[in-house]
Write a protein that binds this ligand. Structure first.
Ligand code: MG
Length: 258
């Protein structure tokens, strides 16, 4: 069942999302070689708690941390660890969210650690671009499949693959609501987008094949072929006209909630 949000509810979600947006904007100033993925989690937890909101991920489905921190071939759901030290040339995805007055925010970015290879820089760039290709269809009258097809086309045109096993989703009083928003699919198919829908659009892409497996910690998904992966996510509101990017203040030119 797709839950349509009222104007008041969207305002609360915008407050939740602003904290996520600021973290994703500020994280590049913190991420550098030599820190651990646990350091990132601590930074995120402190940031959320000092904002007066609550971490959306901690305890969600039993997840043990405030952020999913996934390095290199890890696609999503990396568990922060003191032992995982970031090295020059790594790429690190940080997926985080907050809860505010009963509503979730959910967003992710992939960051370079120091100087990275050209391929990895392209991987990060194409993943972000594919989100914005999908965003063109986050409008009343289009269908979820239009978003999916746009994301997939951009990723594959650049020689990368789209992860199949994880999808975007509705966001609201639950972090994961209907509809599922796959990053591959057929234009013209799937649920129709209507004003008041709030969805997380989150391309996850890999340099090599899209097959993933989950590690023995029962969380961390890695590419089977060991190729590097990137993740980019925003919580998006469908409106009567242009979509609102609730979790994005690190990119100009898009409509944000005031
Ligand atoms: Mg998500």
């Amino acid at each position: 069942m797709i839950v349509i949000k009222s104007k008041d509810e969207i305002e609360i979600m915008a407050e939740a999302a602003m904290v996520a947006a600021k973290m994703l904007r500020d994280l590049p100033g913190f991420i550098k070689p030599g820190i651990s993925t646990k350091d990132i989690d601590k930074w995120v937890e402190d940031y959320i708690r000092s904002s007066g909101q609550k971490p959306g991920f901690k305890g969600y489905g039993g997840f043990p941390a405030c952020a999913c921190v996934s390095v290199n071939e890890e696609v999503v759901h990396g568990i922060p660890s003191k032992k995982r030290i970031l090295q020059e040339g790594d790429i690190v995805s940080v997926d985080l969210g907050t809860i505010h007055k009963g509503f979730y925010s959910d967003a992710a970015r992939t960051y370079p650690v120091g100087k990275i290879s050209e391929t990895n820089a392209k991987l990060i760039r194409v993943c972000e671009e594919s989100f914005f290709e999908g965003l063109k269809f986050c409008k009343k009258g289009y269908r979820v499949g239009d978003i999916s097809a746009a994301v997939q086309a951009h990723v594959e045109a650049n020689g990368f693959s789209v992860i199949r096993d994880y999808t975007g989703h509705g966001v609201g009083r639950d972090m994961h609501e209907d509809p599922a928003v796959p990053n591959y699919g057929k234009a013209g198919h799937g649920p129709k987008l209507v004003p008041g829908m709030v969805i997380a659009v989150e391309p996850m892409i890999a340099v090599g094949d899209y097959d993933v497996e989950v590690l023995s910690n029962n969380w961390t998904a890695v590419t089977v072929d060991g190729s590097y992966a990137s993740h980019y996510e925003n919580t998006v509101v469908i409106t009567e006209d242009e979509p609102i990017l609730l979790t994005c203040i690190d990119r100009d030119g898009y409509r944000l909630a005031e």
